[in-house]
Design a protein around this ligand. Structure first.
Ligand code: ADP
Ligand code: MG
Length: 346
C-alpha cells in the first residue's frame, strides 16, 4: 500500500518530503489528484455510490453521546460499530449536501492506524449517518479534563507523535480535519485514534437554520481556532460563510492539544469567548510562564500557534521535531519510535 506509507516514511527523511503533493490547501477536489502519482478520475456526485449502507441494515443501539452534528449511537453492522446520525434541519441545501457527499467519499480512502476506520455512510435523505469502528478507549478529553490523568513527558511525546502521523497522512490525502480537538482523539491501549476528520462542513446542513445563538460557538471549541479563523468569525456570522480552515489551521489545533497534554487544561481557561477571540485575533498567545517544560517543548507550542499560517510547520516537520525531543530511559530507534513502541505492545 505504497500511497499510505509514503507520507509516513517521509517523516524520517526530510529531503524527500517536498515531493509530496501539498500544493493546494485543502478541499475535496484536489484529493482526487493525489496518492501515488496517479491522477484519479474526478468523480461527480451523481455517479458516486458513497451512500452505500442502507439505513435499514444498521441496528442502532443505545446513544453514546451527542455532539454538534447529532447523536452517536453504539450499533451493529457486521460487528460493533459507532453510528453518527446527523441532525438535519436544512435538507434543501442541495449544494451543501453534495459537498458533504463528496467529502465523505474521500474518507473511504483513509487507511491509517491512527485514524478511525471509516466503514461507510447512509446518504439518503432525510437520514444521514456515518458508520465507523467503535472506539473502546477513552478520549484524550476524558483523560485530561475529566479524569485529570497526568501524562509524563514520554507518554505525551508518544501520543503527540501518533497524532502527528495520523494528521500527516490525512493531509497527504488532501483532507483537512477542521475539528482536531481532544474530544476527537481516542486512546486505545496506548494507541491514538483520530475521529471526525472533515465532518465540519456538515454543520451547514445541521444548523443552517439556526436563528439566534450569534456566533454558534460550542464550549471548548474556540481555543482550537487559528487567528485567521477567529478573525473571520468576527467578520462574518452568516452560516453561509466558509471559515478559512486549512492544513495550517489543523496544525494550530494540534498546538492546543499539545498544550492540553502538557498542562492538563485548555489555553485561555476561564476567559469569556469575546476575550479569547479578541486576543487570538490580535496574535496574543496563552502565556507559558507557569508551564514547567523545556525550551524545545515550548517551542513546539510557539511554532504551532504562529500567528501567520505560513510560519506553522507541517505535520511531517513536527514529527521530526518530536522525534528529536530527549527521551528518558526508552531504547527506541530515533527514526522509528512509534513502530517500535507498537511492536512492544503486541
Ligand atoms: P464530540 O466529538 O464533540 O464529543 P461527537 O458527536 O463526535 O461529539 O461524539 C459524541 C459522543 O460519542 C462522544 O462522547 C464521543 O466520545 C462518542 N464517540 C464518537 N465517535 C465514537 C466512536 N467511533 N467510538 C466510540 N465513541 C464515539
Ligand atoms: Mg467527535
Amino acid at each position: 500500500d505504497s500511497d499510505h506509507t509514503a507520507s509516513i516514511s517521509g517523516s524520517t527523511d526530510s529531503d524527500r518530503t517536498p515531493v509530496r503533493v501539498d500544493s493546494q490547501d485543502s478541499q475535496v477536489s484536489d484529493t482526487e489528484t493525489i496518492t501515488d502519482g496517479h491522477r484519479w478520475p474526478r468523480q461527480n456526485s451523481l455517479s458516486m455510490r458513497e451512500w452505500d449502507i442502507p439505513f435499514e441494515e444498521l441496528r442502532i443501539g443505545e446513544a453514546i453521546g451527542t455532539g454538534r452534528f447529532g447523536t452517536v449511537y453504539r450499533g451493529y453492522w457486521h460487528g460493533d460499530v459507532a453510528i453518527k446520525v446527523f441532525k438535519m434541519d436544512n435538507l434543501n441545501d442541495e449544494k451543501a449536501l453534495d459537498q458533504f457527499r463528496i467529502e465523505v467519499s474521500t474518507f473511504r480512502k483513509t487507511r491509517h492506524e491512527n485514524l478511525v476506520l471509516f466503514m461507510g455512510a447512509c446518504m439518503s435523505l432525510p437520514r444521514l449517518a456515518i458508520v465507523t469502528s467503535l472506539s473502546k478507549g477513552m478520549t484524550l478529553y476524558t483523560h485530561i479534563h475529566l479524569r485529570k490523568d497526568k501524562f509524563n513527558m514520554n507518554k505525551t511525546t508518544i501520543v503527540a507523535q501518533q497524532i502527528t502521523q495520523g494528521m500527516g497522512y490525512l493531509h497527504a490525502k488532501g483532507i483537512v480535519h477542521k475539528d482536531l480537538k481532544s474530544k476527537n482523539i481516542f486512546l486505545e491501549n496506548g494507541k491514538v485514534v483520530i475521529t471526525d476528520f472533515g465532518l465540519f462542513s456538515v454543520t451547514k446542513l445541521c444548523f443552517g437554520n439556526r436563528k439566534n445563538n450569534a456566533l454558534g460557538i460550542p464550549a471548548g471549541w474556540l481555543c482550537y481556532l487559528a487567528p485567521e479563523i477567529m478573525r473571520s468569525l468576527k467578520a462574518h456570522q452568516s452560516h453561509d460563510d466558509e471559515l478559512p480552515f486549512s492544513k495550517a489551521s489543523d496544525v494550530y489545533a494540534f498546538g492546543t492539544v499539545w498544550y492540553e497534554l502538557l498542562c492538563g487544561e485548555w489555553p485561555f481557561k476561564g476567559q469569556p469567548p469575546e476575550a479569547i477571540i479578541w486576543q487570538v485575533g490580535k496574535g496574543m498567545k496563552q502565556p507559558l510562564a507557569n508551564l514547567q517544560a523545556s525550551r524545545d517543548v515550548k517551542d513546539i507550542l510557539m511554532l504551532c500557534w504562529s500567528y501567520k499560517s505560513g510560519d506553522r510547520p507541517d505535520f511531517i516537520r513536527l514529527l521530526t521535531i518530536l522525534d528529536k525531543l530527549p527521551k528518558k530511559r526508552l531504547a527506541r530507534s530515533p527514526s522509528h519510535p512509534i513502530h517500535l513502541s507498537r511492536s512492544a505492545e503486541s
